[in-house]
Design a protein around this ligand. Structure first.
Ligand code: DAH
Length: 357
C-alpha cells in the first residue's frame, strides 16, 4: 500500500505539469483528490489493514493528500498570474495619453447681467430681498394703487392661476396670478420691516430681483417671461434728487463714467411723480441709428417717488416717510449692451446663442 501511495503521488504530480487552464485544473482535482480517486480509495481501505500497519499507512496517505493539495494551490495561483499577465499584454492601457478636456460651462447672459446689477446696487448700499413669483391680485395690483378695473392694468396682461392657490390671502375677489412685475415685493418688504417696529419703521434700501410673467404674444421684443430688478428706498427725508442722483450714479457704474442720461415724465400707478430714464445710445453716441430708433436715446428703466397710498399700504406713514423706487429689465439691458436683436434667444436654450457670451 505504501508503494501504491508513492505511485499515486508521482502520477498525480507528473500529470499536474500538463494542466494549463482552470478547467483542466478542476478535472485534475476531481481525478486525484475527488471522492472516487485512488487516494480516497486508500483512505477507505485503511480499515481492512492489519492494526500495526495502520498508523504508518495513514500517516503516508495524509502526507500525499497534503502534498497534492499544496501543489494544487500553487498551480492555481500560477494560472491566475499567467492570466493576469496575458490580459495586461493584450488590453494595454496608455496612461500617458492626454485626457479629453471636459467642456467648460459658462454663465447665462441673463445671470451675468444680474450679477453685475446686483454688485453695483450692493456697492451703493442696497440689500437683496427675494419675493414670491406667485401673487394675489392685491399684491400685484391693488396694494400698488391699481384699482380693480383700472385701465393701467392693461399694461400688464396676466396669467391667472385657475382655482386659486392656497397662499392665505387669496379669495374669489382676489385671484392668484404669476407676478407681472417685481413691484409687489415692495409691499412684502415694507410690511416685514414695518412689523419690526410699527411706531417707527426702519428706513428701507433694498433691491428685488426675479422672474416676471405676462400673458403676451411672444415676439422679438416681448417674451411671456423675463426678469426684473426692482429698487426701493424709503426714509424720512428722501427727495426726487436722491432718486436722480442714485440712478445717474447707477448708470455711470453700469455704462461708464461719461454716459449721459435723461429723465422723461411717465406714469405708473405706484409712483408720483414718475419718470423713465434713458441713456444716450452707445451705438451712435446720440446721433440716431436703428438701435435707438433714430432718437439717440435708449430707455433703460422706470422710476418715481413712491405713491403715498403704496407707502401706507406698506405700513409707512406718508406724512413722515417718502421714498423712491425703480424697476429695470436686465434682458433689455443685455440686449442693448450686446446688440441682441431678439429677446426669444434668452429662454430658447440654443447653445449657438449661449456660447457667444
Ligand atoms: N413695475 C413696472 C413695470 O413692470 C416698472 C417700474 C416702474 C417699477 C416704476 C418701479 C417704478 O418701481 O417706480 O412696468
Amino acid at each position: 500500500m505504501l508503494e501504491q501511495l508513492d505511485q499515486i503521488e508521482e502520477k498525480a504530480l507528473t500529470s499536474l505539469n500538463d494542466v494549463d487552464s482552470p478547467d483542466a485544473l478542476e478535472k485534475w482535482r476531481v481525478m486525484h483528490l475527488g471522492r472516487s480517486s485512488p487516494l480516497m480509495q486508500i483512505f477507505d481501505a485503511i480499515g481492512q489493514v492489519p492494526k500495526e500497519e495502520r498508523p504508518l499507512i495513514g500517516k503516508r496517505a495524509n502526507q500525499v493528500k497534503r502534498s497534492l493539495e499544496t501543489r494544487l494551490a500553487e498551480r492555481e495561483e500560477a494560472l491566475r498570474q499567467e492570466e493576469l499577465h496575458q490580459s495586461l499584454q493584450t488590453e494595454r492601457l496608455d496612461v500617458t495619453l492626454p485626457g479629453r478636456p471636459a467642456g467648460r460651462g459658462r454663465l447665462h447672459p441673463s445671470t451675468m447681467i444680474h450679477r453685475r446689477i446686483s454688485a453695483i446696487l450692493e456697492e451703493m448700499g442696497f440689500q437683496p430681498y427675494l419675493s414670491r413669483d406667485v401673487e394675489t391680485d392685491s399684491f400685484n395690483f391693488q396694494l400698488l394703487n391699481f384699482p380693480l378695473h383700472h385701465p393701467a392694468r392693461e399694461m400688464q396682461d396676466s396669467f391667472y392661476v385657475a382655482g386659486g392657490f392656497p397662499i392665505g390671502e387669496s379669495s374669489e375677489n382676489d385671484p392668484v396670478l404669476l407676478r407681472t412685475h417685481t413691484s409687489p415685493g415692495q409691499i412684502h418688504a415694507m410690511r416685514e420691516l414695518a412689523a419690526s417696529d410699527p411706531q417707527n419703521p426702519p428706513s428701507v434700501r433694498i433691491y428685488l430681483p426675479g422672474m416676471c410673467y405676462r400673458y403676451e404674444q411672444v415676439t422679438a421684443r416681448s417674451e411671456f417671461q423675463f426678469t426684473q430688478v426692482e429698487g426701493l428706498a424709503v426714509g424720512k427725508h428722501i427727495t426726487f434728487s436722491d432718486l436722480k442722483g442714485t440712478l445717474e450714479d447707477f448708470a455711470r457704474r453700469m455704462y461708464g463714467q461719461f454716459v449721459r442720461t435723461r429723465f422723461r415724465a411717465a406714469h405708473f400707478p405706484f409712483t408720483e411723480p414718475s419718470a423713465e430714464m434713458d441713456i444716450e445710445c452707445f451705438v451712435c453716441n446720440g446721433a440716431g441709428c436703428p438701435v435707438c430708433k433714430r432718437s439717440g436715446w435708449l430707455e433703460v428703466l422706470g422710476s418715481g417717488m413712491v405713491h403715498p397710498v403704496v407707502l401706507s399700504n406698506g405700513g409707512y406713514d406718508p406724512n413722515v416717510y417718502t421714498g423712491f423706487a425703480f424697476g429695470m429689465g436686465p434682458e433689455r439691458m443685455a440686449m442693448l449692451r450686446h446688440r441682441i436683436e431678439d429677446i426669444r434667444y434668452f429662454w430658447s436654450n440654443d447653445l449657438r446663442f449661449l456660447e457667444q457670451f
